[in-house]
Design a protein around this ligand. Structure first.
Ligand code: SF4
Length: 181
């Protein structure tokens, strides 16, 4: 895990910590937010509900892993309408998370990456008419799996909010400690 944390820092994440597995609770209230949430991606992507699986299926997948790391990208915004920084930070976070996932799969084999927001690998998702173009590369968000991100952060010793004019994207990778797969 120390190696994973060092790698996360090398890649450029602002914060990284060991994930507390007890925080991996698939919550119905979080899943419900997907349906009514402002991201408006429910039913629009293979990475999002309902295509990513029922809450029970997501919980069962997470139970296969006993450890993990949580990573964050924090940026300073000029003001709350600084949409450019929001877009740039999201893009940077997703790119770094893809790099981290690739490296962790090389080092640890099977991992479960859970990102921030819907999959944006393709300009337009093929859902629901055609199969996903990159099933091996796509990942769902922490929220899609019913995780309350603030709770996972706090239980894992990370802040969720870093103060006025800051913006933070959070993702995690679940792994099986000590088991080469
Ligand atoms: S890889 Fe493309 S097709 Fe698959 S979930 Fe992501 S955006 Fe959709």
């Amino acid at each position: 895990m120390e190696q994973a944390l060092a790698l996360a820092k090398d890649i450029g994440f602002s914060h990284a910590a060991l994930l507390d597995p007890s925080a991996l609770e698939a919550r119905q209230d979080v899943r419900a937010m997907c349906i009514t949430g402002k991201c408006r991606m429910y039913g629009k992507s293979w990475s999002c509900p309902p295509a990513c699986g029922s809450l029970e299926q997501c919980a069962s997948r997470m139970k296969r892993y006993n450890t993990g790391i949580i990573v964050q990208t924090t940026a300073l915004m000029q003001d709350e309408f600084d949409y450019e920084s929001v877009k740039e930070t999201e893009k940077k976070h997703k790119q770094m998370f893809m790099t981290l996932t690739r490296q962790m799969r090389l080092l640890h084999g099977n991992c479960l990456p859970l990102g921030a927001g819907a999959c944006t690998l393709c300009r337009t998702c093929t859902y629901p008419d055609r199969p996903c173009r990159f099933p091996e590369k796509r990942f769902s968000s922490m929220e899609a799996y019913g995780l309350l991100v603030s709770d996972v952060c706090l239980k894992s010793g990370l802040q969720y909010y870093y103060g006025p004019k800051t913006l933070t994207f959070t993702s995690c990778i679940l792994m099986k400690e000590g088991i080469a797969q």
